[in-house]
Every structure is written in C-alpha cells, then in structure tokens.
Design a protein around this ligand. Structure first.
Ligand code: F0G
Length: 356
C-alpha cells in the first residue's frame, strides 16, 4: 500500500488538479468512522449510528479537506496571500496551509467569540489575525469587499475548491461502509459542508458506486437557525460559536440538498448540544466541539420520535475536535476536582470512596 499523502493524491481523478500541480497537503482526510456502542443501547432503539470523526484532521476540523484544495489552487494560480472570515476553524486551517505553502494568511475573526484553541492555532501558525467588532457575517461581507481591492484569494467556502475537497468525506464514508447510510446528519452554519457531502454522494451515485443516496439532515443551533426561520438572522447567538452564523453563504445550495435528498432541517437548543457533547464523551470516549455535537443531538431526538426509524444506518459528522474549546468543556464538568495531600493514605482513600 502506498503511503497515505492526503486526500488530493488519493482522490486525484475526482478533483480539479493536474499531474504537475504542486499539492499543498498536511495528510488531511482518512478520518475514522466510529460505530457507537453505548448510546444506541441507551436510546433503546435498534439503530446503527456511526460518527465521522473529523476532529482528527491535522488542524482538528473538517476544514482541512477544503483548505488543501483551496490553497493548492491559490498557489497554482500564483497567489501570495489568502483571506477568510471565520468562527475559528477555517482560520486555523487557512493559517496552517498558508504556512505550509509559505504564503500569507489574513483571517478576520469575531471579537471575543472564538474558542481559545482556534485563536491559538491561527496565531501560532503565523496568520495575520484581525479581530473585528462584529460577527462572522460582518467579517464575510468585509472579506468579499476587500478581495476586490487587494490581491488576496478568498478561502471561505464560497471558493468552489473548498467544497471539492470537502466532498471527499462522503467518498470515505462509502468506502468504509460499502454503501451510503440511510441518513447523514450534520451541523449547519454556512451550509458549505452539507452541500459538499451531497456532491460527494451524488458523484458516487452517478458513477454507480452506490445505488442510493442518504437523506441529508442539517441541524442548527436554535439561536442561529436561519434555515428554520426561513430567513436570515441578524444577531445569531449560541454556545456553539463555530456555527454562530445568521447569513449562510450556501443558502440556495442547502435548500436544494434538502429537496433532492428528501431530508430536513431542525434546530437544537444550546442545552441539547452540550448534553450531546458530554454524552459522547462519557459514553463513547469521543470528544468533539459543541457545534459538532449538534449532529448527534438532533439525530438522537429524531431517533426517539421515530422520524429516523429503527433499522436505520445513520452517519453523524463530528466536524471539529473538542480540544478546540476547552472553556466550554470545563464549564460542563460539574464534579469538582479531587484535591488532596500527596500521600498514599489520601490517594487510597480518594479511590476507595469513589469505586463504582
Ligand atoms: N462545525 C464546525 C466545527 C465548524 O467550524 C463549522 C463552520 C460548521 C460545523 C458548519 O459548517 O459552515 O459548512 O455549514 N465553521 C466555519 C469557520 C464557519 O469559520 O470555521 P458549514
């Protein structure tokens, strides 16, 4: 088996690259599809739930799939600088891939509303970090405007190469399972990723690799749920800062995905999102960031109400790593630390008192 060198090399024949294109890669993709063992039993339902753990990408989120393509193509076109607006993960990925390509990354992030790990990433990878007194949607508008005046390539998901890279996650799911799931559940912010998965499944369907495509189910945080309100939301709020977006860029595409796949959108409260994040940690040993847990939170509800029927095979995308947002994780942990003297006696007592 050849050494794994990233998703562009693996899926070269399905991506817009040439034989002599210089590939900018950090070995992204090839992430595990983990079958949940304990949560389905707790739900008391006969369902097969798999999670696509995208938190294991090089910068800890699915954005790396899109960024390897976007930066490869920017470099191919002779660009020396890339720019994005971000709730954190895109900026981390842009910063890393720009470093790898030795070009400059400019990232616009919402002041104070970005998880600590993501800020640290953008900074240490050496991006020019511009905090704006506004939200992601303000940043996106500014990025589009400034890219008309300065020689910078936009690497948000409005860059079509991003979705090309991200569609490979659907290819991987199919290769792991040998078929497409019945339902694919995914958190929705800008709606680029749901669009990309659908592209991937649809390509494999058109090539006869799968005979059926999944129903695509997109979950939003209640405070940032334009697809549920049927219109843009001006002041989005949620603990899941990654999806704190009120003006999704792939609005039309996502409605089309819903229609073509016979899927649906739904919303999850912040409480449901955090509960799902914690459950996944405590019952399966899988740590994702809050936004990612929206996919499982929504899926669990839809399984309980039988909107997703028993016998279904479900894939939930866990878009980002839990380590990205240590503050929210720590706030979730109500049991206090056990603090004692460093003696054998005290350690022994601490253990015996707490054995299950
Ligand atoms: N989950 C995580 C962890 C994200 O970072 C994002 C988007 C999404 C889900 C939603 O994906 O936008 O394709 O519908 N994060 C972007 C960013 C906006 O700037 O990192 P989407």
């Amino acid at each position: 088996m050849p050494r794994y060198t990233g998703l562009i090399n693996k899926y070269r024949d399905r991506l817009p690259v040439h034989d002599d294109t210089r590939i900018i890669s950090l070995g992204e993709g090839n992430t595990p599809l983990i079958r949940l063992q304990n949560i389905p039993r707790l739900l008391g339902k006969d369902v097969d739930i798999y999670v696509k753990y995208e938190g294991l990408n090089p910068t800890g989120s699915f954005k790396d799939r899109g960024m390897t393509m976007a930066v490869t193509k920017a470099v191919e076109a002779g660009s020396h600088a890339i720019i994005c607006a971000s709730t954190g993960n895109t900026s981390a990925a842009a910063a890393a891939y720009a470093a790898r390509a030795e070009i400059t990354a400019f990232v616009l992030i919402p002041d104070g509303k970005i998880a600590l790990g993501k800020l640290a990433q953008a900074m240490i990878y050496g991006a020019v970090v511009i905090q704006i007194k506004g939200n992601f949607d303000d940043g996106m508008r500014l990025v589009k405007e400034v890219a008309q005046k300065a020689p910078v390539t936009i690497v948000n998901s409005i860059n079509p190469y991003r979705l090309q890279g991200q569609k490979t996650a659907a290819f991987e799911v199919v290769e792991e399972l040998g078929f497409a799931p019945d339902f694919h559940c995914i958190p929705v912010g800008n709606a680029g990723n749901i669009t990309a998965y659908w592209m991937g499944y649809s390509e494999y369907h058109a090539s006869g690799i799968i005979h059926q495509r999944p129903r695509m189910v997109g979950y939003q945080a209640s405070g940032a749920a334009p697809f549920l309100r049927g219109k843009m939301v001006d002041n989005p709020e949620t603990v899941a800062t990654a999806i704190r977006i009120g003006h999704p860029q792939s609005w039309d595409q996502a409605w089309k995905v819903r229609e073509e796949s016979n899927g649906w959108f739904d919303e999850c409260s912040d409480e449901e999102i955090l509960a799902a994040q914690k459950l996944l940690c405590e019952k399966e040993g899988i740590f994702c960031e809050p936004a990612s847990a929206a996919s499982l939170a929504g899926a669990m509800r839809d399984i309980q109400t039988a909107k997703i029927p028993e016998g279904s095979r479900i894939v939930c995308t866990l878009t980002g790593n839990g380590l990205k947002d240590p503050d929210v994780a720590l706030k979730q942990c109500r049991t206090p630390l056990v603090s004692i003297e460093a003696t054998l006696d005290q350690v022994q007592r601490a253990i015996v008192e707490r054995l299950r």
